[in-house]
Design a protein around this ligand. Structure first.
Ligand code: 3PG
Ligand code: MG
Length: 396
């Protein structure tokens, strides 16, 4: 991973500190609907302000095409102030005279939120001039936006060339947790990979096989693996054209002495509908007019047994159609088992990705995991073993 500077090495008193956070939260009708990312980002901002820093917060919100009013970040001011327990001032721009004036007017301990960095084409274009203009606002750069670290953008990567750069506390926590889970883990390591499609997780499966001891495959993508083994999957979601790839992954695992856990039994129904009549069958006996919507109790028990024998688990993707009851049964049981083992000090558990976090929250165990990442795309790219530009830029 390489070393990076943290806030332990920074005295921000009296300095203008430019903090790149990821406050890209869900919102509806101009109101933030989930403040998780704001709450998790608040620690760094508060610490810098408490130490006398003059904090200018940069973030993106949504995917605007130019200056689109509905992507203005003004709606973040109030929830951010609430999370910080201190006032937050606002400036309508992120570069230029108005932004510079607002930054220069800050006093020790004050916090300023600037407008959406993506309102400027230079952000996603990773433009050096734009990065330099952003850098003018501050004297120090702190990147706390792990969730945007997979983007090579001006405010996440190039800006680090123009100011002394530090990792914020959330960035640090993400990198430390992820490092413990995959770079230097306690073994055995289990990865649970679910979700709908093999095609979107090929790189991830390829990288994980080299790193973990047991790979659990669940969710819709398991159907493709079963199909590749000649098993009839009825009307289940299945990427038949990926069968060859699935076979290669199985062969690669076998050659490396790794274990792949595929479902042995499944919960089937004739449609994905709440409380649809279900049947539990061996995977070899899926009726031709039924679809697999969850892994069955034997498979669930096998996954839990693998967790009991493991020291580390990395989880991305639910093992069933968890949004619709009762197809959340296996995901919830596995989540609870991982939480119980974590609380008992027997397992380090790291999870990430939007659906996974929602599934853990639904099971009521989010707080019991060792670490739940705030990142979606960045967490996936990290599981793929890719270099994240926002992290690379912080390396010293
Ligand atoms: C995310 O929500 O995944 C990050 O904030 C990055 O946003 P993006 O996918 O629009 O780059
Ligand atoms: Mg995304």
């Amino acid at each position: 991973m390489g070393a990076f500077r943290t806030l332990d090495e920074l005295n921000p008193a009296g300095k203008r500190v430019l903090v790149r956070s990821d406050l890209n939260v869900p919102a509806k009708d101009g109101k933030v609907t989930d403040t998780t990312r704001i709450d998790r980002s608040a620690g760094t901002i508060r610490e810098l302000a408490d130490k006398g820093g003059r904090v200018i917060v940069l973030t993106h919100f949504g995917r605007p095409k130019g200056r689109e009013a509905k992507y203005s970040q003004k709606l973040l001011v109030e929830p951010l102030a609430r999370a910080l327990g201190r006032p937050v001032s606002w400036v309508d721009d992120m570069v230029g005279p108005e932004a510079e004036k607002a930054a220069l007017a800050l006093k020790d301990g004050q916090v300023l939120l600037a407008e959406n960095v993506r309102f400027h084409a230079g952000e996603e274009g990773n433009d050096a001039d734009f990065a330099r203009s952003l850098a003018k606002l501050g004297e120090i750069y702190v990147n706390d936006a792990f969730a945007t670290a997979h983007r090579a953008h001006a405010s996440t990567a190039t800006i680090a060339k123009y100011l002394p750069a530090y990792a914020g506390r959330l960035m640090q926590a993400e990198l430390e947790a992820l490092g413990k889970a995959l770079d230097h883990p306690q073994r055995p390591v289990v990865a649970i990979v679910g979700g709908a499609k093999v095609s979107t997780k090929l790189d991830l499966l390829g990288n994980l096989i080299g790193r973990v001891d047991t790979l659990v495959i669940g969710g819709g993508m398991a159907n493709t693996f079963l199909f590749a083994r000649g098993i009839g999957v009825g009307t289940s979601l299945c990427e038949k054209e990926m069968a060859g790839t699935a076979k290669e992954i199985i062969a690669k695992a076998r050659a490396a002495g790794k274990r792949i856990l595929l479902p042995e039994d499944a919960v089937v129904a004739d449609a994905l509908a709440a409380n649809a009549p279900t049947q539990t069958v061996e995977v070899h006996q899926v009726p031709s007019d039924r679809m697999i919507l969850d892994i069955g109790p034997d498979s669930t028990a096998s996954v839990i047994a693998a967790l009991e024998a493991a020291r580390t688990v990395v989880w991305n993707g639910p093992v069933g159609a968890f949004e619709t009851a009762p197809f959340d049964t296996a995901t919830t049981a596995i989540a609870k088992a991982a939480a119980r083992l974590t609380k008992a000090g027997k397992l380090l558990s790291v999870a990430g990705g939007g659906d996974t976090v929602a599934a853990l929250a639904k099971a009521g165990v989010e707080a019991d995991f060792s670490y739940v990442s705030t990142a979606g795309g960045a967490f996936l790219e990290w599981l793929e073993g890719k270099e994240l530009p926002g992290v690379a830029a912080l390396r010293i």
